[in-house]
Design a protein around this ligand. Structure first.
Ligand code: NAP
Ligand code: GLV
Length: 306
């Protein structure tokens, strides 16, 4: 079995070493233009030339959860696209989102500002019941985040394309459930895949439907959020703040107003990182299953876009 590796923003050597150790029978090489045809690929945001030159691939393993960068390309018809299925990401996402929600709810930024000035002062505790958290996307990551927030006894709402049942979470689905979901949420967390249906989903109209004092946490993709609409609603006081991990252009350009906005916390697309050894173990397991003719989890439905 031949495997080609083409990942634009990962140092290749540790991946190649890890893949060779996990798949001792396979011939694994770094892709370069003109490389010989392979059976399988391990990729992250490869150039179009990669697929143009590898039309025979049986499957391409994406070393991330989101496949929006891949689906922008012209892909060979028979190549299965397989995404990472958790591989250590959901626990990171749960800790990141819980941290952002709790930091806002418990007013830790304000406490920090006070204590830096030597002030020993208390704020009136806010009621958890007044902080319903709505999670858009109840997939591998969203469901884990929803359960983690429910553990802290926040009222948790979830929204997905198809109907779901998650313990401790009030679930809404489809376009018909969206208005009610927004009206039931004060903190809004985006964990949707980026598709034609979800691009710009957080805009002036939808964000205005959140409960008063709304707070936005975007950990999915920058293009889910209309930047200027968020800024306008923060500046007119309709929204209380935002934690943003993902941006339309990454790295976030130095002149972008998000960097210095007092109500926005920026992190550099780090909420759930790809973990190399977990990812390699998962890819090796799925490759072995595919070789045995079995189906695997995480195969992307190209028509749906995720
Ligand atoms: P997933 O398992 O595919 O789950 C996607 C969820 O979104 C599903 O619940 C799906 O509904 C729902 N959904 C899709 N289209 C929808 C629509 N039009 N309306 C309502 N709900 C819709 O994905 P995941 O593994 O949880 O990952 C989600 C995204 O997180 C990724 O695509 C990626 O962009 C992002 N991500 C970011 C980071 C980071 O570091 N910031 C790390 C990893 C992933 P159904 O359940 O009905 O299908
Ligand atoms: C990261 O953003 C991923 O999609 O895995």
């Amino acid at each position: 079995m031949n495997i080609t590796f083409c990942c634009t923003d990962a140092a290749p050597e540790p991946w190649l070493q890890g893949l060779r150790a996990a798949l001792p029978g396979a011939d694994i090489a770094l892709w370069a233009p003109g490389a010989p045809p392979a059976d399988y690929a391990v990729v992250w945001a490869p150039p179009q030339q990669f697929f143009d030159e590898q039309p025979q691939l049986k499957a391409a393993f994406n070393i991330g959860a989101g496949v929006d960068a891949l689906l922008k390309l012209q892909l060979p018809r028979q190549t299965q696209i397989v995404r990472l299925d958790d591989a250590g990401m959901s626990v990171q996402m749960a800790e990141f989102v819980c941290h952002a929600v709790i930091r806002h709810f418990r007013e830790f930024d304000a406490y920090e500002a006070d204590t830096r000035q030597g002030k020993w002062s208390f704020r009136k505790p806010q009621a958890r019941a007044d902080f319903p958290v709505g999670i858009m996307g109840l997939g591998v990551l969203g469901e884990r985040v929803a359960r983690a927030l429910a553990h802290f006894e926040f009222p948790v709402k979830g929204w997905s394309r198809s109907p779901k049942v998650v313990d401790g979470v009030q679930c809404f689905s489809g376009t018909q459930g969206f208005k009610d979901f927004l009206a039931a949420s004060r903190v809004l967390v985006c964990l949707l895949p980026l598709t034609a249906d979800t691009r710009d989903v957080m805009n002036r109209d939808t964000l205005s439907q959140l409960q008063p004092g709304g707070y936005v946490i975007n950990v999915a993709r920058g293009a889910h959020l209309v930047d200027d609409d968020l800024l306008a609603l923060l500046d007119n006081g309709q929204l209380a703040g935002a934690t943003l991990d993902v941006f339309r252009t990454e790295p976030l350009p130095a002149e972008h107003p998000f960097w210095k906005h007092p109500k926005i916390t920026v992190t550099p697309h780090t909420s759930a990182r790809t973990l190399r050894s977990e990812s390699i173990a998962q890819i090796a397991g799925k490759l072995a299953a595919l070789q045995r003719g079995e189906s695997v989890a995480g195969v992307v439905d190209r028509g749906r876009g995720y």
